[in-house]
Design a protein around this ligand. Structure first.
Ligand code: PGA
Length: 260
């Protein structure tokens, strides 16, 4: 895994956006896997700015979001469908029929999850998957204990995630208990993964993910098996990495042709 430690979240977001923009320029039909939460906001701002400047065209891009809350309609203020519209889709030109988010109101959840997996396959697979990491080591909503081979399915949120995400809801009681999420196996199938993590609350999960054993107790650690995964962190999120000096050294002398 490549670990890039940047002076600020803003810089990390800019690097991640440059990677995504380069992919879209090279392949206008790119398939992006997208994430929600506080972490990717700067990434979406950067891509929206690149679009507004006139250069970056999303008209043939296809997207698949990682997850959605069960029971929330797409126009619910806390749904991830609404989050994506507000923070990204309303600011770029992705045709609505190319946007995919699990349906929180699906009546037959297993069938919906199977159809979501099939849609990813039919689109040719995900070229670039953006990820955050939960303070408990989750990716998507794959909570500790998730099968490392899991596919899109229903999951029950862990208490810690409910607490972490309560800040987006009027009260913790209103955080849904169930979600639909891509599985760890679904995520590992993406051709490239980009993980963003900012702030000291993520430092322990980041260290476990990069330098700990691969274990279902830290679902993000499965990314150690991924052949093309980059982690972009700010200094507080990097604080518990034992090999931080080595990662800095690698990035400092990275050949120019490899730089995003
Ligand atoms: P956050 O969530 O970006 O809101 O910290 C990250 C995650 O749960 O994946």
């Amino acid at each position: 895994m490549e670990v890039i430690i940047t002076p600020s979240a803003r810089e990390a977001s800019a690097v991640a956006a440059r990677i995504a923009a380069a992919l879209i320029r090279a392949n206008p039909r790119a398939v992006l896997g997208l994430a929600t939460g506080g972490t990717p906001l700067g990434f979406y701002d950067e891509l929206a700015a690149a679009h507004a400047r006139g250069g970056l065209d999303f008209s043939q891009v296809t997207t698949f979001n990682l997850d959605e809350y069960v029971g929330l309609a797409p126009d619910h203020p806390q749904s991830y469908a609404r989050f994506m519209r507000e923070h990204f889709f309303s600011r770029v030109n992705i045709p609505p029929n190319r946007i995919h988010i699990p349906d929180g109101l699906a009546t037959d959840i297993p069938a919906h999850c199977a159809a979501y997996e099939a849609a990813i396959r039919d689109a040719g697979g995900i070229d670039l998957q953006l990820l955050g990491i939960g303070s408990d080591g989750h990716i998507g909503f794959n909570e500790p204990g998730s099968s490392l081979g899991s596919r899109t399915r229903l999951k029950t949120l862990a208490g810690r995630t409910i607490c972490d995400n309560a800040r987006f809801f009027p009260s913790p009681d209103e955080v849904p208990r169930h979600v639909i999420t891509m599985g760890v196996g679904t995520i590992l199938d993406a051709r490239r993964c980009l993980v963003l993590a900012f702030g000291e609350a993520k430092a322990a999960a980041v260290a476990d993910m990069v330098e700990g054993p691969v274990t279902a107790s830290v679902p993000a650690s499965a990314l150690q098996f991924h052949p093309s995964c980059a982690l972009l962190v700010d200094e507080p999120a990097a604080a518990r990495l034992k090999r931080a000096d080595y990662y800095r050294w690698v990035y400092a002398i990275k050949p120019e042709w490899q730089r995003p």
